[in-house]
Design a binder for this molecule. Structure first.
Ligand code: ADP
Ligand code: MG
Length: 730
């Protein structure tokens, strides 16, 4: 056998063999015993507890039922109505004709059906009428009755006299059984849950010795971690609940610790190796803009600008993530930051994800720049060729100080004379590739400072883990004078009342947004519902006196802009739109946001949309229209929206419900390392403890040269920690 047993191919495990090994490799990406043992159960079944048939429900994940076989029926056709083939006749059963077997079982509380479409011959021979078995599987509902399709079947164990004398280690606690990720193809190949447990047991016996401890002794002591061998044994075959908890904690900690250790180390190396542009001055333009702001900055805005300012003059490259709820005033911070770059003789570029948003930004920015005399321009996909040429030239010769734009800014023919700062609004709409292109546009030797702005607030440690080694600033204070937005939930029956409410608001001089979901830009149905909705609105709000503007992604940019401007300028009372307005427009006079089919939006999207109202001095409203029937999750989302306006709270709930991988804003950046056991959403406490520990280790030994940290250095050499350089992608 190979020296290092963790490297041994799984095909040599009893019960696996070359064919199954190949399938496991294909389905789960696992090739060696070491990899197999790092596949942890995602759940445990307590095999000592049973559900009564009378209590089984189709919404239960898995149940274990102890019941007696009453009758077995064989059917020739897959259809449920076909008559059973009688097995009682003298003729031997022709199993190749049998399509389905139904086993009626009872446990005193009730009766239920176990259904088999495969392996019928074998199961038919195994299940004896009148005998008791243990059935395990997912209950489902068929024709109004509950059944289990393809349950696992075990004989009822005979009561054991005395203890288990076997000295072989697992299974230590037979009542707690691990459940592993599986696939249809694995199950079809006979790799059932039970089989998996058996394979794991063999893998442990063979491979555990090959694992060397990854955590140094001193950290295990400090952080209360159990040894790796104990953890691996107990995660697969828990001795008891306490041991399982200890094993879990250790493995989660280890996973989060190494992820953060690698990120922090990289950050350290980068700040040591990469020079940043040192921007010492604040500059005249900054001061002029600051003095003529229409209102004082909030404390949070001031604090964030100080943090940014310190980065920019530090001599190392800034890589900062700015989080701030919708309406918290990020634009102001962006402009003042851009002016610092200009004041030091550099160009700044502000990128927005959509044409509409870029235009909106530019309009606001022009106002703020007016007193400064700084030259700026807007570059988008619809900029005319002649103008585009001019802008390109002014960027190359450095005469344009601040450029605002969309993806058009990252085209290859855009060259900057001396780009010193890149600001990206709503970073998740930009792919990693696109961002790296911007980075390479710098021609002044050092990389530009990077400021990424997002309105999807997530907890700080989590942000740092998700966004690599970005520093994080938070605007946690709203500008004064923002009125709370009253949020209500309504279904179709309330439509007349909604229209009356809208008329009342319009009579008061306010404007109304109506937003339709657009899940997929090409999805015909979405446009149909938008068009039907717009027609209905125009029917109920006829011109004159009402004016309705419609905006959606299929219009040309000119039409879109025309309609949007009409609404922004107050020439239209109602804007019917797809979610293109989500990250855009600022219309302080709009006081009502109606979201149609609100159940189809995610929490953070709903929150973003709601942020479009409540910007003026009037009381504002958000109405969530939904169908009558809501899934449990949709209902929860709607309730949360009605209950709170706090973006952080909503984001945390969102994460708990969907997991961080799905969080809007994190999909593209994703996690650098796939987590096998820890959850960023649920293991916040462990995440923080692991981060603190990683920080302390690196503070004392930045390059992990200390002999005590030898195993840490070894671990980080793995491929999965060779994380792309974040400074180049942000
Ligand atoms: P965000 O981009 O963070 O969603 P904006 O920058 O668009 O928010 O700002 C939202 C609104 O608040 C704008 O109308 C802006 O003029 C206003 N605003 C920004 N900062 C302040 C402040 N310090 N005091 C009052 N109003 C502010
Ligand atoms: Mg904004």
């Amino acid at each position: 056998m190979a020296q290092n047993t963790t490297e041994t191919d799984i095909q040599f495990l009893p019960g696996v063999g070359p064919k199954r090994a190949e399938l496991i490799s294909k389905e789960l990406g696992i090739n060696t015993i070491g990899e197999l043992l790092r596949l942890y159960p995602f759940r445990y079944i307590d095999k000592s507890s049973f559900v009564r048939i009378a209590d089984a429900r189709p919404d239960m994940a898995y149940v274990q039922i102890r019941a007696r076989v009453i009758r077995t029926d064989l059917y020739g056709a897959a259809s449920a109505s076909a008559a059973p083939v009688s097995p009682d006749t003298a003729d031997p059963v022709k199993f190749n004709m049998i399509k389905r077997m139904s086993v009626l079982v009872g446990d005193g509380s009730g009766e239920m059906e176990m259904v088999f479409f495969k392996g019928i011959k074998w199961m038919y021979g195994k299940l004896k009428p009148g005998t008791e078995y243990i059935f395990f599987g997912k209950p489902s509902s068929f024709n109004g009755r509950i059944n289990i399709v393809h349950p696992e079947v075990d004989p009822v164990p005979a009561p054991t006299a005395g203890g288990n004398l076997s000295q072989a280690a697992p299974p230590a606690c037979p009542s707690m059984t691990g459940v592993y990720t599986s696939t249809e193809r694995l199950k079809n190949a006979g790799i059932t849950g039970k089989m998996m447990n058996r394979i794991m047991e063999a893998a442990l016996n063979r491979g555990l010795g090959g694992f060397t401890e990854t955590m140094p002794e001193y950290i295990m002591k400090q952080c209360g971690l159990v040894p790796l061998h104990f953890a691996l044994r107990n995660i697969h075959f828990p001795k008891d609940m306490v041991s399982l908890e200890k094993a879990r904690y250790r493995l989660k900690f280890e996973e989060l610790f190494f992820l953060q250790l690698s990120l922090l180390k990289q950050k350290y190396v980068r700040s040591r190796d990469v020079n940043g542009i040192s921007m010492h001055r604040v500059g005249e333009a900054f001061n002029k803009c600051y003095e003529s702001l229409p209102f004082p900055l909030t404390g949070a805005q001031k604090r964030v600008i100080t943090e940014i300012r310190n980065d920019m003059k530090s001599g190392t490259q800034m890589n900062r993530l700015l989080q701030g709820d919708v309406g918290s005033g990020k634009t102001m911070v962006a402009v003042l930051t851009a002016l610092i770059a200009v004041g030091n003789g550099f160009q700044a570029c502000i990128m927005a994800p959509t044409e509409v948003l870029a235009q909106q930004h530019y309009k606001n920015i022009l106002k703020l720049l007016a007193p400064t005399g700084v030259a700026s321009a807007l570059l988008t996909g619809s900029t005319k060729a002649s103008e585009r040429k001019q802008i390109h030239a002014s960027l190359a010769d450095g005469s344009t100080g601040i450029i605002v734009g969309t993806h058009a800014l990252i085209e290859d023919n855009v060259i900057f004379g001396n780009l010193g700062l890149v600001i990206i609004d709503e970073q998740h709409r930009f792919g990693v590739e696109q961002r790296s292109k911007l980075w390479r546009k710098s021609s002044c030797g050092a990389p530009p400072h990077i400021l990424v702005m997002t309105a999807t607030p997530i907890p700080r440690t989590l942000a740092m883990t998700l966004y690599g080694d970005l520093d994080v600033s938070v605007i946690d204070e709203m500008p004064p004078g923002r009125k709370p937005v009253q949020t209500m939930h309504a279904t179709d029956g309330k439509r007349p009342a909604l229209y009356k409410f809208m008329r009342d608001q319009i009579a008061l001089g306010r404007q109304v947004f109506i937003v339709y979901p657009l899940i997929n830009e090409t999805e015909k149905l979405d446009y149909q519902s938008l068009e039907a909705g717009a027609e209905e609105i125009i029917r109920h709000f006829p011109f004159p006196p009402y004016k309705t503007a419609v905006v959606h992604g299929k219009q040309t940019n000119d039409v879109k802009k025309f309609n949007m401007d009409a609404f922004a300028a107050g020439r239209a009372d109602i804007l019917v739109a797809t979610s293109v307005i989500e990250v855009g427009v600022d219309v302080p006079n709009a006081s009502v946001m109606v979201i149609e089919s609100a159940e189809r939006f995610g929490l953070s999207q709903l929150h973003q949309l709601r942020g479009r109202v409540g910007r003026g001095s009037e009381k504002s409203y958000c109405v969530l229209m939904t169908g009558h029937k809501l899934s449990k999750e949709s209902k929860h989302r709607i309730e949360l929206m009605c209950a709170t306006e706090n973006g952080f709270e909503l984001a945390e709930e969102d994460m708990k419900m969907r997991g961080p991988g799905d969080l809007e804003g994190t999909q593209q950046s994703g996690l650098p390392v796939k987590l096998a056991i820890a959850s960023l959403a649920k293991d916040g406490t462990i995440l923080n403890a692991a981060r603190d520990c990683a920080e302390a280790v690196l503070k004392a030994d930045p390059m992990l040269e200390d002999i005590r940290n030898r195993t840490l250095r070894q671990e980080l050499k793995q491929d999965k920690y060779k994380i792309r350089d974040y400074s180049k992608i942000s």
